[in-house]
Design a protein around this ligand. Structure first.
Ligand code: HEM
Length: 431
């Protein structure tokens, strides 16, 4: 009953986005550039424009505000980008032991608060947000995270990811509360901040990188990992085996990549061969789910065992982007921290869930955490029915809110307006 609706609505939403953004965007892999040449194009030196010249950028800047113009992901190549990327590398560095111990500590702290009864029902993304809020607060300030700061961070990150998934509208005032807090704390940050940024920009850099991207991405990634473990208890039982655990992470990242699409704007003509070229200013969209589904037997099946006989680097597998074109700076930290956090969860509870596991996971991953005793079968049956219903009405909400935000972003043109008055290094320009 109505089970066809969510998929139709998702397709319709994609059409609305395409139309309003108005870019002549090309999505890969396609018939011309198949999976075999996907990375060649993604890695091309001229596929390096990030924000200027694409309607799609207005939408991302709208979702990530305040301060999208200094978010590393959206900075154009040049000295300012290099300065910011250097700072991020310093923040994210640390020994395996330190990074892992912090993940264990922050996970344990939050679980101690949440696990009060024999069975606890959670949404996995919500469970994980305070964990990573604590983790990245410690990384930035070098001290334990006070409760009020944690709440500010979670409110902000949740607001961003809900808008991104079109399950909620933006609440600028909620985000501004964290901005004010970070401004007051700027002098307490434990590593040097990018010197090419003004103080306000430094605040936005902290907010965008550590208290938005880092918290959101880690919470989403952990929701996928824990939901996969909940639905594959035979896999969860082997999680203490390091080698096997690496396969589980690879498979989770393959089937549920956090990026649907990453886009680039070509800054010069690209000629791949005599027949295939893209003029400067083309908007190239790289589809992670489509690429990750090629070259595997039964690509839709969650099967960590497939990694026993091959290595991720030989396959169509780029969960952290491509090395030659601005990969994720957390490619080393994220799997380490996720592994120890997941083990800490499984040390205390078993996980059970009957909900559908999709890549965008707008349900936030409903799950039962069971400390001891039998699995509550009736509650699992209830979760399944509720999940199907929520899917139907949520898909309609997403269509309505998504359309409203796309139109609003189109009207505000945050990226377009910025580049009307600034060059790619953030310097004011006169026309
Ligand atoms: C499992 C967790 C994560 C995954 C799967 C992930 C994935 C990715 C991917 C695929 C990209 C490249 C997109 C592109 O080519 O445009 C990216 C970029 C980025 N990620 Fe992550 N990410 C994760 C966690 C984090 C964390 C914890 C941080 C913390 C700061 C972070 C910060 C960034 C930044 C700043 C960029 C932009 C890089 C640049 O343009 O130089 N990510 N991430």
């Amino acid at each position: 009953m109505l089970s066809w609706l969510p998929a139709r609505v998702v397709a319709l939403r994609a059409k609305v986005f395409e139309k309003v953004n108005g870019d002549n965007a090309i999505t890969f892999p396609n018939e011309v550039i198949g999976p075999d040449r996907f990375q060649e194009l993604y890695s091309h030196p001229a596929a390096n424009g990030r924000s200027k010249g694409a309607g799609l950028s207005d939408l991302f800047w709208y979702w990530l505000s305040p301060g999208p113009e200094v978010h590393q992901e959206h900075l154009e190549a040049g000295p300012r980008y290099d300065d910011v990327a250097r700072a991020t590398r310093t923040f994210l560095s640390g020994s395996t032991e330190e990074l892992s111990a912090a993940a264990t500590r922050c996970t344990a702290k939050v679980l101690d608060e949440v696990l009060t009864g024999r069975v606890t029902e959670v949404r996995l993304r919500d469970l994980m947000m305070p964990v990573w809020a604590e983790y990245f607060y410690e990384m930035v300030f070098g001290e334990p995270c006070p409760r009020y700061a944690r709440d500010l961070i979670v409110d902000h990150a949740d607001d961003v990811v809900s808008a991104l998934k079109c399950t909620g509208l933006r609440h600028p005032a909620r985000r501004a509360r964290l901005t004010r807090y970070l401004r007051v704390r700027l002098a307490d940050v434990r590593h040097p901040l990018p010197r090419t940024l003004s103080e306000t920009e430094q605040v936005h850099y902290l907010q965008g990188t550590y208290f938005n991207t880092a918290v959101v991405q880690m919470s989403e990634a952990m929701a996928h990992l824990l939901l996969a473990l909940a639905q594959h208890p035979e896999v969860a039982r082997r999680i203490d085996d390091d080698r096997y655990c690496a396969h589980v992470l690879d498979e989770t990242f393959r089937l549920y990549p956090l990026f649907g699409i990453a886009h680039r704007i070509t800054t010069a003509d690209i000629a791949l061969d005599d027949e295939t070229s893209f003029p400067a200013g083309s908007v190239l969209c790289f589809s992670y789910p489509a690429y990750h589904a090629t070259g595997y037997a039964n690509p839709d099946v969650f099967d960590p065992g497939r990694w026993e006989s091959t290595a991720a680097r030989h396959e169509h597998h780029i969960p952290f982007g491509v090395a030659a074109n601005r990969p994720c700076p957390a490619w080393r930290l994220a799997p380490l921290a996720m592994r120890t956090s997941a083990r800490e969860v499984l040390r205390r509870v078993t996980l059970h869930s009957s909900v559908s596991h999709t890549r965008s996971l707008p349900s936030r991953g409903p799950c039962l955490l069971v400390r001891e005793g039998p699995v509550p079968r009736r509650r699992l049956a209830f979760l399944r029915v509720r999940d199907r219903w929520e899917d139907v009405w949520r898909s309609v909400v997403q269509l309505v809110l998504g359309t409203a935000m796309v139109l609003h972003a189109h009207h505000l043109r945050p990226a377009g307006r910025y580049f009307d008055t600034h060059d790619t290094q953030g310097c004011p320009v006169r026309h």
